[in-house]
Structure formats: structure tokens, C-alpha cells
Design a protein around this ligand. Structure first.
Ligand SMILES: NC(=O)C1=CN([C@@H]2O[C@H](COP(=O)(O)OP(=O)(O)OC[C@H]3O[C@@H](n4cnc5c(N)ncnc54)[C@H](OP(=O)(O)O)[C@@H]3O)[C@@H](O)[C@H]2O)[C@@H](O)CC1
Ligand SMILES: [K+]
Length: 522
């Protein structure tokens, strides 16, 4: 998995590298600027030929310093470049000041103003946004706000291309939240690793693409440093999902998914099918009397068993081969589901709680938290999260007045700690955290945007996938990471027109794509 860094972590990596003597700050800035120029030509090969016109907006910190390097390197390629500086040159930090002074010998540096992007008659081919990077400390105002607001219009209406250095200015790199304004650029070029802000919130609405350029710094090792850092979920390794050739069905676990009453069993059936498709050996639906014939008419590979009350469920669970459970999809909000949950949780067996199993505790979340354990997973959407963790949701909702802003990572980590189990908060930026602080983000953004996944029953399928993977023996956080990736990948594979029933049906194709083959296929 790839690390996602906060501004403080990035500064620490830089500081350690400089202190060890392997590199200077000035060298890092040069590499950063050169990385931006390389990325520009990779993105737009036509700009690598001939002479073009660029405007570089430089801020008062080192992000501005990177901008002066870009200005110099483009000018050296024969471009016509104008730099615009926000603030006073003599207040720039040392490395940025050095690059400013180098630029002054080469081309114009004007004060930033509302006219910095030129007039309709003299527009540049490219705008470089180097106003603020990881040091954004408060909302952007004045001329900077005006200019950033215009970038998207220039792109749409006049074909002017825009590139942000490190992160679009105005976006908090720790939280992805906008501080004061909301630019939209074609390309963001970041350094060393992506920052959390490239993946959180509506990240792909302020940049159409993000590329990361290596500047020769040390990367964290996921095996050693999982607790402190946040990781971006990547495609699961084939051996995580493959089945042993000689295995029989019980070696892949037996999941139990509880349904609601008559007329409300669809959600649990979706979850159960997903659990089976991700490879659980057996999946049984636990069904109340009123829904027995409805469920019997709808299933083939799934099994069912009557669960009229909590006592029956308790007896059933003496069978420890039932090794992962799913409660919530369509379960209802009456006393029966509450007693079913109270029967399941003390057994400390892997369990996913979703939907109604979360909503029913909205007045008494502490009652739920008291029963939870480290093998449990909560999979709330934002509304369910707000009901269980109203104070954290409130903090998350507040419009930030300073950076770094409170982030979804902060909120989900706090929720997992409080609940004592893994919490997965759904979204295009799905954030999941274990109670010990391990945390990852699955991003269905940029080229993995899956808008058709926002469809009724989609969350039930995700819960089922997590349950099935836990039945196969995956640890809760790993199951969440793997299921999040599979869920989105199925949607991408199916494409437009997707409904919840289609998601799990794509699993075989996705598994084949991951290199999981039948032995005879080699
Ligand atoms: N770390 C690394 O390894 C590397 C880092 N590199 C580059 O450095 C960048 C980080 O540089 P940075 O720390 O100087 O912060 P940066 O984003 O330039 O802004 C700070 C300045 O902006 C000001 N300011 C803030 N908000 C404001 C507002 N709303 N309105 C007005 N002013 C505001 C703030 O003022 P202050 O808060 O101090 O009053 C301060 O003057 C990073 O993104 C990357 O591009 C690369 O060279 C490669 C290696
Ligand atoms: K920027």
C-alpha cells in the first residue's frame, strides 16, 4: 500500500533527509520544480515542442519557491514566462528567496494582482499555481482567491491549462477541505508521496489528476509503521484471495447473514450473495418465521435457517463453524434485532454491523460500544456515522478557519477508538480505522471514480463482502480494505447502468483480472 502523508510528516521526512546530509533544501526544491516541468510535458506532449506562454503564481512560502524553479526551467526551454509574487521578496524563506533571485535575473516578477492571469486578448497557454502548498494556514482571500476561482473558467472557456504545485492552493493538505476558496486545475504534481488531502473529501473536484514525482526521500515501510501512518488502499495481492487447491468448503468459513421480516429480506440476500462470491465456503441466511417462504423462493446456492428469536440464534451459534456474521441490512428497528445483536456480540466472533444495526442505537450509542470488540466492524454511511458519533460528525462538518483542518481520518480514528472496533465510513473517500490507530483510505476518485456505485443496496453488498472475507480468515481491517477495492472494481468493470445486483456478479471477472486462475488454466 502507498503511504499518504500529513504536512507534518512530509516536513519531518524532509528535515531528517537534510539533517542526515544526503540532500539540501535547495536541492529538494530544484527536484520538485523539475518534477513539475516533467509532469507538464508528460501530460501535454504538445507543450514540450516549441515556445509557449506561462504565468506562474508564486506564494510567500516554499510552494512559491517551487514556482520560481518552474518559471526558470520553462524559460530555459524557450517559453515566455511571467512570475507573480504574493507578498514581499525579502520575506520569502531562504530557499524560495534564492530561487526568486535566480529568476529575477531571467524574467519579469510582478506583484500578484487581480490582473495576473492576463486579459482575454493575451491569455497564457499554461497557469502554474504555486501559491500555497502544505503550509496553507488560513482561508485564502483577496487577489489570490479571485485568481484561483478563475482557473476553471479559463480552462473551460479559453483552453488555458493549469497545474497546481503539490496541491491546489486553498485545499488543506491534511483534510482535503477547502480553506476559503475552491480552485479547479487540470493537473496536480505532488512530491515524494500523495498527501491525505489528495484523497479525502471531493478531491477530484479540485484537480482532474494527481501525479507524484520522486524527489529522493525515504519511504515508510507498511510492515513497520502501520499504526502512525495512513495508507492508500491498492489492489489486493492475488494470494490474499486465492483458494487452496485441496481445500474443502469449511476451510473457507461459514457466514451467517440475518434477514429482516417478510418484504424486507432483499438487503440481507444481497449481502449474503456477496459473501458467497468473495469466497466464503458456505453462507446461510438466518430468517424469521414470517419471511421463510419469501427467502426460500429467492435462493439457490445460499442456505437458510429459521431464526425466530434470540434464543434460537444463541443455540445456533454453539456451532463455531459459523465464523462470521452480518447484521443490519433490512434487519428492522424493533426489539428482536436488538436482542439478536445482544446475543451475537458477547461471543466475540467476527461480525459486521451495518444499516439498522447501527441506527437502532442512535439514542444509546454507549450501549452498543460497551458490547463491541476488536473483531467487529461498523460500516456506517455519513448519516449513520452522525447518529452514532454526533460530536465527531459536528467537528467534521465545521467550516475550517485554519489549517490543518479536522479530517475524516481524525474522525474515523476517534470513532474506532471509542467503539473499540474497526469503523469504515463509506464514501468516494472511504476511510477505515482499527481501534489501535491503523488507518487506510480507499479512494474511488480520479480514474477510479465510480458514480454508479451510489445506488440502493450497494452498501449491503459491501457489508456482505467484508463478512465473506472475514469468514475466510481475513482480519477486520484487511477485510475492509480488500472489500472496498473489490466493490469499486466490480462497479468499474460493469460500467454505467450498474445496480446492486450487478456488483457481486462481477467478482469472478475481477478475480480473474487479479491473476486468480483455476489450476488447469495455469
Ligand atoms: N517539505 C518538503 O519536503 C518539500 C516542500 N516543498 C514545497 O514546499 C511547500 C511547503 O512550503 P511551506 O511550508 O513554506 O508552506 P507554503 O504552502 O508555501 O505556505 C506557507 C506560506 O504561506 C502563508 N500562508 C498560509 N496560508 C495563507 C493564506 N491563507 N493567506 C496568505 N498567506 C498564507 C504562510 O504565512 P504564515 O502562516 O507563516 O503567516 C507562509 O508564508 C510544499 O507544499 C512544497 O511545494 C518542495 O520544495 C519539496 C520539498
Ligand atoms: K499550490
Amino acid at each position: 500500500m502507498a503511504e499518504l502523508l500529513t504536512a507534518a510528516e512530509m516536513r519531518a521526512v524532509e528535515r531528517d533527509a537534510i539533517a542526515s546530509g544526503i540532500v539540501t533544501g535547495l536541492e529538494l526544491m530544484e527536484r520538485a520544480g523539475a518534477g513539475v516541468v516533467d509532469a507538464i510535458f508528460e501530460e501535454w506532449p504538445d507543450l514540450a515542442q516549441g515556445s509557449h506562454k506561462a504565468v506562474v503564481l508564486c506564494g510567500p512560502g516554499n510552494n512559491g519557491g517551487d514556482g520560481f524553479v518552474v518559471a526558470r526551467l520553462l524559460q530555459q526551454r524557450g517559453w515566455t514566462v511571467t512570475a507573480h509574487l504574493m507578498g514581499e521578496a525579502d520575506r520569502l524563506p531562504p530557499d524560495a528567496r534564492t530561487n526568486h533571485d535566480l529568476w529575477i535575473g531571467m524574467g519579469p516578477c510582478l506583484p500578484l494582482s487581480d490582473g495576473s492571469l492576463g486579459s482575454v486578448k493575451s491569455l497564457p497557454d499554461l497557469v502554474v499555481d504555486a501559491l500555497f502548498g502544505t503550509g496553507l494556514a488560513r482561508p485564502v482571500e483577496g487577489d489570490a482567491e479571485f485568481l484561483l476561482g478563475n482557473l476553471d473558467t479559463l480552462r473551460r472557456d479559453f483552453g488555458v491549462r493549469s497545474v497546481a504545485v503539490d496541491i491546489p492552493s486553498g485545499i488543506c493538505s491534511d483534510s482535503g477541505k477547502a480553506l476559503g476558496c475552491f480552485p479547479k486545475v487540470d493537473l496536480t504534481v505532488s512530491f515524494h508521496s500523495e498527501k491525505l488531502g489528495h484523497r479525502l473529501e471531493q478531491a477530484d473536484t479540485h484537480s482532474r489528476r494527481v501525479v507524484v514525482k520522486d524527489i529522493g526521500l525515504h519511504h515508510f515501510d507498511p510492515e513497520d509503521e502501520r499504526h502512525d501512518h495512513v495508507w492508500c488502499v491498492e489492489p489486493p495481492a492475488a494470494d490474499l484471495l486465492d483458494k487452496p487447491v485441496s481445500g474443502q468448503k469449511y476451510t473457507q468459513g461459514h457466514a451467517l447473514v440475518l434477514t429482516g421480516g417478510a418484504g424486507r429480506t432483499g438487503a440481507a440476500r444481497l449481502a449474503a450473495m456477496a459473501a458467497l462470491r468473495v469466497g466464503a465456503g458456505l453462507v446461510t441466511l438466518g430468517v424469521p418465521q414470517s419471511a421463510m417462504s419469501e427467502v426460500a423462493n429467492q435462493i439457490t446456492a445460499l442456505m437458510m435457517i429459521k431464526v425466530p428469536d434470540a434464543e434460537t440464534l444463541g443455540e445456533l451459534l454453539w456451532d463455531t463453524r459459523l465464523n462470521a456474521l452480518c447484521l443490519g441490512p433490512g434487519l428492522g428497528l424493533t426489539d428482536l434485532p436488538r436482542s439478536l445483536i445482544a446475543t451475537v456480540l458477547p461471543l466475540r466472533r467476527p461480525v459486521v454491523l451495518d444499516a439498522d444495526a447501527l441506527s437502532m442505537f442512535h439514542k444509546t450509542p454507549a450501549e452498543l460500544f460497551d458490547m463491541l470488540h476488536e473483531k467487529a466492524v461498523l460500516t456506517p454511511h455519513r448519516g449513520e456515522f452522525a447518529r452514532l458519533f454526533p460530536d465527531l460528525d459536528q467537528k467534521l462538518k465545521q467550516e475550517p478557519q485554519k489549517g490543518p483542518a479536522y479530517s475524516k481520518v481524525d474522525a474515523v480514528r476517534a470513532a474506532a477508538r471509542r467503539a473499540g472496533c474497526t469503523v469504515l465510513l463509506k464514501g468516494a473517500d472511504t476511510v477505515m480505522a482499527a481501534p489501535d490507530g491503523r488507518c487506510s483510505i480507499h479512494s474511488a476518485q480520479y480514474d477510479r471514480a465510480a458514480p454508479w456505485l451510489a445506488t440502493a443496496g450497494s452498501g449491503d453488498v459491501l457489508s456482505g463482502m467484508i463478512t465473506g472475507l472475514m469468514a475466510r480468515g481475513l482480519a477486520p481491517l484487511t477485510a475492509c480494505e480488500t472489500a472496498s477495492w473489490l466493490h469499486t472494481q466490480c462497479a468499474l468493470m460493469f460500467g454505467p447502468g450498474l445496480i446492486a445486483e450487478d456488483i457481486a456478479s462481477q467478482i469472478p471477472a475481477v478475480l480473474r483480472d487479479r491473476g486468480i486462475r483455476t489450476p488447469s488454466a495455469g
